[in-house]
Design a protein around this ligand. Structure first.
Ligand code: URA
Length: 211
């Protein structure tokens, strides 16, 4: 399903793997393996608009003008810590990508995201920049991360997640209507603690085996 701003990847393999990830009885090892697999499939979708050019090559039979990627290597930006789970799989598919990290925590009084770490690739203005975070919940950290990347020069941005809430999508659409979102599912709602329902729980805890 695709709207201007949101693509839900409804491929059967993605949906099957997502169901296994949602299941509370799936082990940490299983969850991690599924996340790696699903991130390859989501990466395929989110990179659909990478710019192409052609180069002259010789096959064993003849010369041809063959398609190849154009421009600077893309940038993958992981929102710590759960973003790293998606990042690992995508890097298998795009090993030459440049990688950045943004660390944010929620101020307990203002409930607003506060940045504690940021290291991003150079020349973001010339790269497709894909921000990865498995859960688009309130949207506050995604919006803050994209604010930071735009201030650093990024112009051609995408946001990739596993699950999105309607509230998170609306917040992103309001703050960054120019940033397409790719997700495996759009869930029903957020609960009073900011968890996505039905969701899959705390993505970081499930992938790292913490509580
Ligand atoms: N972060 C998570 O890990 N899970 C949610 O449901 C919401 C935010």
């Amino acid at each position: 399903m695709t709207q201007a701003h949101l693509t839900v990847v409804d491929h059967p393999l993605v949906q099957h793997k997502l169901t296994l990830m949602r299941d509370r009885t799936t082990s940490t090892a299983g969850f991690r393996r599924l996340l790696r697999e699903i991130s390859l499939l989501l990466a395929y979708e989110v990179t659909r608009e990478l710019e192409m050019t052609t180069i002259r090559i010789e096959t064993p039979l003849c010369e041809m003008q063959a398609p190849t990627l154009e421009g600077k290597k893309l940038a993958l930006i992981s929102i710590l810590r759960a973003g790293n789970g998606l990042l690992d799989g995508i890097l298998e598919l795009i090993p030459a990508a440049r990688v950045g990290f943004i660390g944010l925590y929620r101020d307990p009084e203002t409930l607003q995201p506060v940045q504690y770490y940021s290291k991003v690739p150079s020349a973001l203005d010339a790269r497709m920049t894909i921000v990865v975070d498995p859960m688009l919940a309130t949207g506050n950290s995604s919006v803050a991360a994209i604010d930071l990347l735009k201030a650093a020069g990024a112009r051609n941005l995408r946001f990739l997640c596993l699950l999105a809430s309607p509230e998170g999508v609306a917040r992103m659409r309001e703050a960054h209507p120019d940033v397409p979102i790719v997700t495996a599912a759009l869930d029903e709602r957020l609960d009073e603690h900011g968890y996505i329902v039905p969701g899959l729980g705390d993505a970081g805890d499930r992938m790292f085996g913490t509580k």
